[in-house]
Design a protein. Structure first.
Ligand code: C2E
Ligand code: MG
Ligand code: MG
Length: 733
């Protein structure tokens, strides 16, 4: 294929050379005819060879070349054709050019299936300007020679045709991003033809033109280019949609349009004529106006789109929170006291995470419905129906899926809360519905209101507590069960609120998560715990170091700076990474994807170990065990509680212990309160334990030396594992 193309290129070059060098007119014209016929053949062969998806533009090109071949046959000097026959030949030639232009425009059209209004306007401006210039100069000069009406008409049309063809070629170069070899060849041909014809006409009117002169070179070249273009394999891509670029008014474009506006006055000055340039000037000004107008419209629609995007959620296309609040404000402003209550329903999909996990979408799943004047009965009925409808299984590409919904409902009567507050109420009610297991609705009421107020107060006071030292830690021993001995401590957050009393760490952490202070809170806990660990280790230098178990929230893991922060705290407190175990609850671990997983990976690389806390309370535990290499698995209190009586729980714990063994993780039994539970766990092969029986969480100050050194040497060696290889803690040897 490549060889065919090269051969065709060489052949075209040789024929062109022969034309320029031949002295005998018959030979010369034969070479020219062969060149045109060769180009025609190449176009035909190219279409057959490459089979473009749309053949129309190339068939048009073929038509143009067939016409040009006919012209050259007529003009063959051996016939001694009469003047009128030669004029017909010129007419055919002039027909060939628009055909070529149409072919080029057709290619442009195929590349821009969605239209190209700006390109069309720009092209028309350039074309009118070119035609004005050409008709004012070239044709005017040639006009003197011609007397017949036909040739006069042809000369009047010629500049427009030539300008049109040249503009089509320029448009082909400007659309799309694909400047393929075929693009250059096809666009180059009409530009060369235009140049050649201008040269020819000028030298004809100066009386210096003779066939075979250098003025013919561009025209001959243009024939060659058309043939070679269609013979080139890239012609296929040229006849299909191209990645288009927006027609911004770049400096280059403005310069071209500005020059185009100068065409009319320039023609006026050069020719001294006024009518034609005047008309051209009017047309050009109108076109530029249209172009500017379309630019303004485009800007406006772009701004509308931006406004629309700012007010809508990109995934669902629904109005987003900002526009929700605006609309809700409108609704509240409109109501009168006699109206039934408005309702705000806060809807969260249940089990959506599972769908996400299985089908791989990442998206928020909270929706808000604002129902004007619906009344309580109507709102409740709507909530019930929504839950029923949403709980039905639906078909996804990957198979059937099922979610449910929790809905929080709040009602608004005249003079009630504002939009923000209503939303918070509905959110709180939804949270309540979720807490109850989901798939239900909850109406915001007074108790919920009190809870919400407490929550707001906690959120506000937590920041203070962090700064003024209102928080503290208690430490609960983590104990090796066989033989018995303390291997470390779990740090547990305590907050004694001045008004509300003791706040559970779960509530405190949740408030911190809501206010974005969870990173600061986590850092404080870790620094405090590590400082304590360093003091304990320093106070008993004869013993191997203890391990500190520190709880982290899943939100903390979403901060990519977290590993660096942890490293800084370890360095400051002088604690080795291998002495610290970070605990992530199973519920939290369910949300650990993407960034969270990377953070866990980075922390492990730093030598810290990771524990899966409250194991058995989440629902897709096994998948997550696979994703994160946990070093410890802490069996949730709920399994320990009935261990001595419930056979099921024993079986489950046995299975967890065996699975953990395979994964290289150590098992910690939580919530051991009785000797029977302890025995059961030990029998089942659980290595470590925690619970009131073994030691309650207590402030560091009351944890005595006996507890710190109550560990047999063997166990201590194991728990202070080296960061690179974390060996199992129990039963070696
Ligand atoms: P957890 O990590 O599973 O901690 C164990 C919880 O069980 C602690 O509750 C502890 O006091 C309690 N516990 C220990 N032994 C027994 C027992 O024998 N029986 C019973 N019934 N309970 C026992 P606490 O201190 O209320 O902490 C609750 C949860 O709060 C923790 O569960 C942990 O997930 C979270 N948490 C605590 N401190 C922090 C912290 O500093 N940061 C984060 N992110 N979460 C924390
Ligand atoms: Mg824990
Ligand atoms: Mg736990």
């Amino acid at each position: 294929m490549k060889r065919t193309w090269t051969a065709a290129a060489v052949a075209a070059g040789v024929l062109l050379l022969a034309y320029l060098l031949a002295t005998d007119p018959v030979w010369r014209q034969s070479a020219w005819l062969a060149l045109v016929a060769g180009a025609t053949g190449s176009v035909y062969a190219g279409i057959r060879l490459h089979r473009p998806p749309t053949r129309r533009p190339y068939v048009l090109l073929l038509g143009a070349l067939v016409l040009l071949t006919a012209v050259n046959v007529i003009e063959f000097p051996a016939w001694h054709a009469s003047d009128s026959v030669l004029t017909v030949a010129t007419a055919l030639e002039l027909l060939a050019f628009p055909t070529m232009g149409l072919a080029t425009l057709d290619l442009v059209r195929l590349q821009t299936p969605h239209g190209d209004r700006e390109g069309v306007i720009d092209g028309t401006i350039v074309m009118v300007a070119l035609a004005t210039l050409l008709s004012g100069t070239v044709s005017a000069a040639a006009l003197v020679e011609h007397t017949s009406i036909l040739s006069y008409a042809l000369l009047a049309v010629a500049p427009i045709v030539l300008a049109g063809v040249a503009t089509a070629a320029m448009r082909l170069l400007l659309v799309g991003n694909q400047r393929l070899p075929a693009t250059w060849l096809i666009a180059g041909a009409p530009l060369l033809a235009l140049g050649g014809h201008v040269l020819r006409t000028l030298s004809q009117s100066a009386g210096t033109y003779a066939r075979g002169g250098w003025e013919d070179l561009p025209i001959g070249l243009s024939y060659g280019l058309v043939g070679l273009a269609v013979l080139h394999p890239t012609m296929v891509a040229l006849a299909g949609p191209a990645p288009t670029r927006p027609h911004r008014l770049t400096h280059g474009r403005v310069a071209i349009l500005g020059l185009a506006l100068l065409a009319a006055p320039a023609t006026m000055v050069m020719t001294g004529r006024t009518v034609l340039p005047f008309i051209a000037a009017v047309v050009l000004s109108l076109l530029v106006l249209v172009r500017l107008w379309s630019l303004v419209i485009e800007r406006e629609t772009g701004r509308d789109e931006m406004r629309r995007q700012a007010a809508h959620d990109p995934l669902t296309g629904l109005p987003n929170r900002t526009s929700l609040l605006e609309r809700l404000d409108d609704v509240l402003a409109r109501r009168s006291s006699a109206d039934p209550a408005d309702a705000v329903l806060f809807l969260d999909l249940d089990g959506f995470k599972r769908v996400n996990d299985a089908w791989g979408h990442a998206a928020g799943d909270e929706f808000v419905l604002v129902c004007e004047r619906i009344g309580q009965r109507g709102a409740v009925r709507l909530a019930e129906r929504l839950i029923a409808v949403l709980s039905e299984p639906f078909a996804l590409a990957g198979g059937p899926a099922q979610v449910g919904a929790s809905i929080g409902l709040t009602l608004h009567t005249a003079g009630g809360a504002g939009a923000e507050a209503l939303l918070a109420e509905a959110d709180a009610a939804m949270y309540q519905a979720k807490q109850r297991g989901g798939y239900a609705y909850e109406i915001y009421g007074v108790t919920l209101g009190a809870r919400l107020q407490r929550r707001r107060q906690l959120e506000a006071d937590l920041v203070d507590a962090l700064q003024t030292g209102g928080l503290r830690l208690e430490y609960q021993p983590v104990v090796a069960l066989e033989p018995r001995g303390t291997v470390g401590f779990e740090a547990l957050l305590r907050w004694d609120h001045p008004d509300l009393g003791a706040i559970s760490p779960v509530e405190a952490v949740s408030a911190a998560e809501a206010t974005g202070t969870v990173g600061a809170l986590g850092a404080w806990v870790l620094r405090e715990a590590c400082g304590q660990l360093a003091r304990w280790n320093a106070s008993a230098p004869a013993h191997d170091p203890l391990t500190m178990f520190v709880n982290v929230s899943a939100r903390e893991l979403l901060d990519p700076r977290m590993p660096a922060r942890v490293a800084g705290i370890l360095a400051d407190t002088g604690v080795a990474a291998a002495q610290v175990v970070l605990e992530v609850t199973e519920h939290a671990a369910l949300d650990v994807t993407g960034t969270g997983l990377q953070t866990l990976g980075a922390l492990r690389l730093q030598g810290l170990r990771i524990a899966l806390d409250d194991f058995g309370t989440g629902y897709s535990s096994l998948t997550h065990l696979q994703q994160v290499p946990f070093d410890f698995i802490k069996i949730d209190t709920s399994f320990t509680t009935d261990l001595d009586v419930a056979v099921d729980n024993r079986a489950i714990v046995a299975a967890i212990v065996s699975m953990a063994g395979h994964l290289g993780a150590q098992v910690v039994g939580e919530g051991i309160e009785t000797a029977a539970q302890l025995d059961a766990l030990r029998e089942l092969g659980c290595a470590l334990g925690q619970g009131w029986l073994l030691g309650r969480p207590r402030p560091a100050g009351v944890i005595g030396g006996a507890q710190l050194s109550g560990r047999p040497r063997r166990e201590r060696d194991a728990v202070a594992a080296s960061p690179s290889a974390h060996p199992p803690l129990h039963r070696h040897g």
